[in-house]
Design a protein. Structure first.
Length: 160
């Protein structure tokens, strides 16, 4: 079972790399600016790159590190689901969606600078779709699937 876990972890590692590459391609090559929630939704993929690589490097604490990866993808599932809810109008945008407006008392110079900069992308606006689905919707599905896979990986560590 242990070698099966290594294979699954390698696939998740490669998929995380591919997912981040696609996200940066959509952002920098295709020119679709991400909202703040989109940026937060990248965290589990970055964390899995680091943590799964750590499993292969140190060969210790595999079950613990896999558990942390699971928590990151559960977090990603929740954030993505919330994002989809905002896109569909079920939830209103939160402070996370507009971090620039949360600065409190701004001087007139700061306000002028903010007005000159690009306005932040709204979390409810879908600027890119794949197969008719928003990236937040796709990420919700993927994060839930990876969470389920990580639960299986963790259970497999208990078997010999």
């Amino acid at each position: 079972m242990l070698s099966n876990n290594k294979l699954i972890l390698n696939i998740i590692l490669a998929f995380s790399f591919l997912s981040l590459t696609i996200a940066y391609f959509i952002q920098y090559v295709l020119g679709h600016e991400p909202c703040n929630l989109c940026l937060i939704e990248r965290i589990p993929y970055l964390a899995s790159l680091i943590l799964i690589s750590l499993i292969f490097i140190i060969n210790k604490f595999e079950k613990l590190i896999a558990g942390i990866v699971l928590l990151f993808f559960i977090f990603g599932s929740l954030v993505s689901f919330y994002h989809v809810g905002i896109e569909q109008g079920f939830f209103s945008e939160s402070l996370v969606c507009d971090l620039d407006s949360a600065k409190g008392n701004m001087s007139k110079e700061d306000l002028l600078k903010q007005l000159q900069n690009k306005t932040p992308v709204s979390c409810k606006d879908v600027s890119f779709r794949f197969l008719g689905l928003s990236l937040a919707t796709i990420n919700t599905i993927i994060s839930i699937l990876i969470s389920g896979i990580m639960i299986r990986v963790i259970k497999n560590y208990g078997k010999n």
